[in-house]
Design a protein around this ligand. Structure first.
Ligand code: PLP
Length: 398
């Protein structure tokens, strides 16, 4: 019989730190109170810092990340607009599906799962588009289904090289606030994030960080996509005064205040370095066990999630079931065509080395129980060696 708390090693929702949880535990409050703006205006400002967006603005919607995907499309594009997208995992797939449902004409590039944005194919499409019919280029920065991170700066470079004016849409749901993201420097026009990953909050708040160019695209008077709840104009009028055009989830705002404070106290660059170190330890552990990542090479490695193939003849779903029922551990599953072949270790948010070692230990024991021929302890030992070496190299006492 399962008892006690379950260790979360899924790639979101992530652990909510006690400080964030306590900050959210406040009595209900008046969403039109005179002092709400003192909280919310600071959040809007600090979210811009987290996205590295100095010139544009950030919207907060009471939705999961998917809502911000929709808001991004509805506010800047129109049915029939041509867009360039690539599919290399379940989340990039779902964004394509949404774009098609909303009537966009998608030039879709299929990419082998395990790789990310195909810069060459994108460049060919952009170079061939002399009339600038492509209105937007989409990239899933971190494909959570496969543990693959894409090169956003590379996409900006190719757009600039061809002086192409397309808007750049980026899904940063499982990257922003965990791994390096630079909205202004990379010329990202619409960047989507969710509360339940690097921001260490429960699911339910989405962030959409937009550039001045995206705001201008929103204002121009072309025929628009029907939209209502997510309409930018209504948000802007009230957000500028610290309010919202609907009842906002004020508890979340207190939690977000605490999570942004934690991110800035650690320092964003240190947060990214920690995620890299933790991820590298997990990857060494996977290698130590003789297992393979879905990510096709180091250039694609994600520092927030590792998708791991189980050995031939082992059912990944059984590994996860054993992990959950016997060892109180939740791993992410293999999504869509990776189902049964892959499990995923999420290593993002409020996490440290010992927690990653625990994740590897639980993976080892669950794999062994499910019939995998692995050497117990080999993954943990490899990660352990790496973490010691990484700390010796930085001289860090942390
Ligand atoms: N994009 C990516 C990369 C994701 O990982 C997820 C969810 O895991 C989503 C989009 C969808 O976000 P949500 O589930 O918050 O709607």
């Amino acid at each position: 019989m399962k008892h006690g708390i379950t260790q979360l090693f899924i790639p979101g929702p992530t652990n909510v730190p006690d400080r964030v949880r306590r900050a959210m535990n406040v009595p209900m409050e008046d969403q039109r109170s005179p002092d709400l703006p003192a909280l919310t205006l600071g959040l809007f400002k600090d979210l811009k810092t987290a996205f590295k967006n100095e010139t544009g603005r950030v919207f907060m919607f009471p939705s999961s990340g998917t809502g911000a995907w929709e808001a991004a499309i509805q506010n800047t594009l129109a049915p029939g607009d041509k867009v360039l997208m690539a599919r290399f995992g379940q989340f990039s797939h779902l964004w394509v599906e949404m774009a098609e449902r909303l009537g966009l004409e998608v030039n879709l590039i299929e990419v082998e799962w395990g790789k990310g944005v195909p810069l060459d194919a994108y460049e060919q499409a952009i170079a061939a588009d002399k009339a600038h019919d492509i209105r937007a280029v989409f990239v899933t920065h971190n494909e959570t289904a496969t543990g693959v991170t894409s090169d956003i700066a590379g996409v900006r470079k190719l757009l600039d090289a061809h002086s192409h004016p397309a808007l750049l849409f980026v899904d940063g749901v499982s990257s922003i606030a965990s791994i390096d993201f630079r909205q202004d420097e990379w010329g990202v026009d619409l960047a989507v994030a969710g509360s339940q990953k690097g921001f260490m909050l429960p699911a339910g708040l989405s962030f959409l960080s937009v550039s001045e160019k995206a705001l201008a695209a929103n204002k121009d008077n072309r025929p628009k996509m029907p939209r209502s709840y997510f309409i930018f104009a209504d948000q802007i009028t009230l957000n500028d005064q610290g309010y919202f055009p609907y009842t906002p989830p004020t508890q979340f705002f207190h939690g977000l205040r605490a999570s942004l404070d934690m991110l800035f106290e650690e320092g964003l660059e240190n947060v990214f370095a920690r995620h890299h170190r933790l991820a590298e330890g997990v990857r060494r552990g996977v290698e130590g066990l003789g297992l393979k990542l879905v990510a096709a090479g180091p250039e694609w490695y994600s520092d927030t999630v590792s998708a791991i193939y189980v050995p031939e003849g082992v059912d990944a779903n059984r590994v996860m079931k054993i992990a959950y029922e016997r060892y109180n551990t939740s791993f992410g599953g293999g999504l869509a065509k990776l189902n049964g072949k892959v499990f995923r270790i999420g290593h993002l948010g409020d996490l440290n080395e010992v927690m990653c070692l625990a994740a590897l230990a639980s993976a080892e024991i669950s794999l062994a129980d499910a019939g995998a021929k692995i050497t117990p302890g080999a993954g943990v030992a490899a990660a352990h060696a790496y973490y010691r070496e990484a700390h010796a190299n930085t001289g860090s006492e942390r």
